[in-house]
Design a protein around this ligand. Structure first.
Ligand SMILES: Cc1cc2nc3c(=O)[nH]c(=O)nc-3n(C[C@H](O)[C@H](O)[C@H](O)COP(=O)(O)OP(=O)(O)OC[C@H]3O[C@@H](n4cnc5c(N)ncnc54)[C@H](O)[C@@H]3O)c2cc1C
Length: 582
């Protein structure tokens, strides 16, 4: 905990803003979040058709890969789980099925083929190839070709990730993935089109090589999770912990000004007035398209302005369709219990829910498209979008037999309700997906603070387009403001409790471990609160437990607590006796 408490405004109540808020509060700072909409979560948003179980779909983020790159998300979940939240706010993970053996490919209007990217070859879907290309490629699967192209690049990330990443950037970031396949690997255009159609979405291969490599790392993960009863529970739990008195909704920030004393004022526009509030520091946890629309602010460095204007965001489109039955789980010959099917229709991917698999009664199906495929939905009215999605699903499903009761599936008879989100029409416009050269030339500039104005959000992480990226960026930004701090994890809850109880002179029991934040290592463990603490050197931090005063001596750091020494972990332990140095 640093000695002076800062007041920090956080603009944006998405997961990045919320994470910064929690981390700063843990360190004893005052935060206030200004959120432009009427809810927290931003691009994490569950649409509930009603209160019944499993009658929802994820309009935004829906799945978390169990990969080391996403550890920060799982630590956050553990943090929340150990926070003693009321049961209606608890966050539980359930398995998410990325694939299922019944998933199919429906391309060029041929019969749905019971196969996925690992078995779809140009021959199996009659993909047109030149005679020359046929000889080499017609029996090779899209996934196999993708792996062949990308494996040498992935290997560079096996050692030190940042070094490997920088190496890929230096050598390939200026190229689009399509250029890489066509001019470096010399693959025919029609083969590149085939791989893009089956493994990705239209025009994705115009993105940088680095972007596609990063995407591939995540989608090759085997185990995935989602949050039971909806992803929105994650930001809602965080908002509860931050305290709603520290969050203002419908508070769109429209201006930022530097004050002469170095502090920063933010202008917040509500429904009928604009107010200015001054803070020590401000974190802009909003995506570049939203940041760009705040013109009442100082000019920042030329590189930063360019980055804000140009960092590429791709459109995303999702519709949830609630049907009277989960017919897709029983539709022969390709029943899908989870995973997703690939089509080249406007709906592109059909995503089958991982929650409620096997339930009787109504269920919710999801259609999902990216980039050029997503853009095509935005000029349509909601009614036209619903009609189109249904007709696409009818093309694939109508006339199949539901094995439960032998009925003939007709999606027009089964539909109950739809809801969709055109993310390109929201202030985030989609997700960060960089064009060639943007990791090299935009990324660092976009991350740099401007005086006491800091920036956070998924787009500022190498792992952007993911919740993990948003959290990593929020954590890095928080460290830039107050110095190195540990990420949120299961132990932080007890830490907060102890620090608060100590401040208020209350009793708490357990075992404490001191952390010298400068070195980020454990230096002292207190294993019993009933005994007197014996320390060498000066006492840096005093607190009261079971009606006794305890002090922590944190190494020989003369500046003690003000240098950033804090209790980091308390584990309930047996009564015993001593303090020992670790
Ligand atoms: C369709 C879709 C699917 C996705 N799927 C996954 C997935 O499966 N797994 C995964 O890990 N990630 C996924 N993501 C990505 C993930 O959701 C995002 O990376 C992450 O939620 C971004 O968080 P953020 O805080 O950076 O930004 P945001 O969530 O965009 O938060 C920014 C907040 O700022 C607010 N705001 C904007 N302008 C202002 C202003 N001027 N004043 C005040 N407030 C403002 C916005 O209302 C918003 O609440 C998906 C995203 C989308 C859209």
């Amino acid at each position: 905990m640093s000695s002076s408490k800062l007041s920090i405004a956080i603009v944006g109540g998405g997961i990045a803003g919320l994470y910064s808020g929690l981390a700063l509060q843990r360190e004893g700072h005052h935060v206030h979040i200004f959120e432009g909409s009427d809810r927290v979560g931003g691009r994490i948003h569950t649409h509930y058709f009603n209160d019944e179980e499993n009658q929802y779909f994820e309009a935004g983020a829906m799945r978390i890969p169990h990969s080391p790159h996403h550890g920060i998300v799982f630590d956050l979940v553990k943090f929340i789980q150990s926070s003693n939240l009321p049961s209606d706010l608890q966050v539980d993970l359930i398995p998410y099925k990325l694939t299922c053996s019944g998933n199919f490919v429906y391309i060029n209007r041929s019969t749905p083929k019971h196969q996925d990217a690992s078995s779809t070859t140009p021959r199996s879907i009659d993909w047109p190839l030149s005679e020359e290309a046929k000889a080499k490629f017609q029996d090779r699967s899209a996934q196999e070709l993708m792996l062949e192209a990308i494996s040498p690049l992935l290997q560079r990330l096996d050692g030190n990730f940042v070094d490997g990443f920088n190496e890929i950037c230096r050598e390939y970031d200026r190229y689009s993935f399509r250029y890489y396949l066509t001019y470096i690997l010399h693959w025919p255009t029609e083969v590149v089109d085939f791989i893009e159609t089956v493994t990705s979405q239209t025009n994705q291969f115009t993105l940088s090589v680095t972007e596609i490599v990063m995407e591939h790392i995540d989608f090759s993960t085997k185990e995935w999770s989602t949050i039971a009863r909806g992803m929105s529970r994650l930001p809602l739990a965080m908002a509860h912990l931050i305290g709603y008195k520290n969050i203002t909704f419908n508070a769109r920030v429209t201006g930022i000004r530097n004050q002469d004393d170095g502090r920063v004022s933010v202008s917040i526009s509500g429904c009928n007035a604009t107010v200015d509030v001054t803070f020590d520091k401000v974190i802009m946890a909003i995506p570049p398209p939203a940041l760009r629309m705040i013109t009442n602010r100082p000019a920042w460095s030329g590189q930063k302005e360019l980055a804000i204007r140009s960092m590429h965001f791709e459109s995303l489109y999702k519709m949830g369709l609630r049907f009277k039955t989960r017919f897709w789980e029983r539709a022969g010959p390709t029943p899908c219990r989870g995973g997703q099917s690939t089509t080249d229709l406007p709906i592109r991917w059909i995503v089958y829910p991982s929650n409620g698999i096997g339930d009787d009664g109504p269920g919710v199906l999801l259609v999902y498209s990216w980039m050029t495929d997503a853009d095509a939905w935005s000029p349509l009215t909601p009614e036209q979008r619903r009609e189109l999605a249904l007709s696409n699903l009818a093309e694939v499903y109508n006339g199949k037999i539901d094995s439960k009761d032998g009925s003939v599936i007709n999606v027009y008879d089964l539909i109950m309700a739809t809801s969709d989100t055109v993310w390109s029409a929201r202030n985030c416009t989609g997700d960060a997906k960089f064009m060639p050269g943007q990791f090299l030339s935009r990324f660092e500039a976009a991350r740099q603070p401007e005086g006491n104005i800091y920036f956070a959000g998924e787009h500022l992480s190498r792992h952007h387009t993911w919740i993990a990226g948003a959290l990593e960026s929020a954590w890095e930004t928080t460290c830039n403001i107050i110095g190195p701090i540990p990420k949120l994890g299961p132990s932080d809850v007890q830490q907060t409790t102890l620090a608060k109880a100590a401040e208020e002179g209350q009793d708490v029991g357990g075992v404490g471990v001191g952390v010298n934040k400068k070195q980020q290592r454990q230096v002292l463990e207190v294993t019993n609160w009933e005994s007197t603490v014996s320390t060498t050197g000066g006492i840096d931090f005093v607190f009261r437990l079971r009606n006794q005063l305890f002090g922590l001596d944190l190494d020989n750091d003369a500046s003690g607590r003000s240098a950033g020494v804090d209790i980091a972990r308390i584990i309930p332990g047996p009564q015993g006796a001593k303090v020992r140095r670790i």
